[in-house]
Design a protein around this ligand. Structure first.
Ligand code: PNS
Length: 161
């Protein structure tokens, strides 16, 4: 049976740090579903459609990576896809507490779904969608932080016309 994993997140927008995790997961598992969470309590910079589109572009050369979106509980989505695990990235110790809580909660909700953590590549330890947006907003250089399409999309948001 094919081993499918789900990498859930906000991806507002996708960064090179996310892409590194996606690539590494895709080398280990048969299928990686990158699932963009629609959070009714947050107003993202990029719409759901934009986030999905940017992820599709950034992963177009990865044959076993699929982009989707969901709302509701991650664990319900994961089970609906018959996935064996949730993938998450860990950058620094500060990530650990929240991720630990989320992993334990998801385990409580469904014992047969594991959470598997990928340690960030050292190059992306400081990288997050939030810092990328902050740098882009003030015209800083984000060339090495995000794929080209994301860079263009950020420029369009912050410096239209
Ligand atoms: O990229 P993010 O914002 O760190 O991703 C967080 C996400 C979307 C994975 C998390 O908030 C989540 O799983 N939300 C869906 C609702 C849910 O299942 N909550 C219970 C686990 S915290």
């Amino acid at each position: 049976m094919k081993q499918t994993v789900v990498y859930p997140g906000s991806f507002d927008p996708v960064t090179n740090g996310h892409l590194d995790i996606i690539k590494r997961a895709a080398q280990i598992f048969d299928q990686v579903i990158v699932a963009v969470f629609k959070n009714p309590q947050k107003t993202p910079l990029f719409s759901m459609e934009e986030r999905v589109e940017l992820l599709k572009k950034a992963t177009e050369d990865m044959d076993n990576v699929f982009i989707d979106s969901f709302t509701g509980l991650t664990i319900d989505y994961v089970k609906s896809k018959k996935a064996i695990a949730i993938i998450r990235g860990l950058r620094a110790i500060s990530d650990f507490e929240g991720e630990f809580q989320m992993a334990l909660l998801n385990k409580e909700l469904s014992e047969d779904v594991e959470t598997i953590f990928f340690m960030t590549d050292i190059r992306y330890t400081y990288l997050s969608s939030s810092v990328v947006k902050e740098v882009a907003q003030f015209g800083g250089n984000i060339d090495h932080l995000v794929p080209e399409a994301v860079k263009k999309a950020l420029e369009k948001k912050y410096f239209p016309g």
